[in-house]
Design a protein around this ligand. Sequence first.
Ligand code: SF4
Length: 372
Amino acid sequence: MSADLRSFRHLYVHIPFCKHKCGYCDFNAYAGMDRLMPDYVDALERELLFARERYPFQQLETVYLGGGTPSLLPADLIARLLGFIRATFNVAPDAELTLEANPASTDEARAAAWLEGGVNRLSLGVQGFDPRALAVLERKTDAAQAGRAYQLARTMGFTNISVDLIYAVPYQSRDTWLDTLRRAIAWAPEHVSTYCLSFEEGTLLHRRRAQGRVPEVETDLQWDQLDAACAELEAGGYHRYEVSNWARPGFESRHNQAYWRCRPVYGAGAGAHSYATDGVAAWRWWNVARPRDYIAAVPAARADGEELAPRHAAAESLMLGLRTAAGVNPPPGFESELAELARAGLVDRVDGRVVPTRRGLDLHNQIALAVL
Ligand code: SF4
């Protein structure tokens, strides 16, 4: 790896525990391992100390606790972890500190610990309100629980809340999706993420579809649902600043923008990925995935990694930048690919930048194919 790595200003911490493994989930997440939590937090602390010695860190602009279900950690453990991060790194006074929460594990004691530990952005995994769609996803929460969690977080003082929703779910009609969008917008969160359900190999949902136990979702319906999201969210005062993300002005996720702008991000925890660059080439590495193996391996938790040659690193930065409505200053060497994408109506030129069109945001996979 280069001796001139750019400093890390963004930290991701993976919490792999879940109460239950949802049928569609292919994240590095495990149910039934709660007893490992104290040892896991110990291991995270050891990895973070090791990382701070080994890599260049500057003042952290964002910290993101993702999972899995970070909200599952008991209040004392999450308080300890947040305190450790703040004591070990120089966290900027105005840093964005996000925690992913599941409505079922959002309670007063935990929310107080999050706030006390400096969490100032909550990402609430609602996914939907329609019981039939939630059942297909094997989500164990319902609309009432999601509403209670949201209101609790608001009442306790969270002023920046993001809500995750999923569309293209079998049995979800355009109307039930519209109802889901409207109910979420009525809460007035600062940020909404809308994810198109994908059937990932190895998941229960993928097996069920292969066995014919859940229906296919018509492509036309998926597009209708995406159109509905664009119309409803825009009318609600949100702007689509990335393929799947909507925000009120000023509430765009700073942490996720670091990924889309190819900024160095250190990822700690089981299966977490890190990205480093010297401004020309880039390096990516990832930790061992299973929590027990991670605990045993720390501080040498790295499983594997790869170097991205300059052309590949530039292609990734172009592809990721074109996920965002703001687009990118294009790196040299992609003129013919960009001309082709412009002819296909997927990108435009604005003041020297290349920006995706609405069609380009909807069909970002075509941009990725052309550029990578
Ligand atoms: S709660 Fe989230 S991370 Fe955990 S199993 Fe469900 S979808 Fe996966």
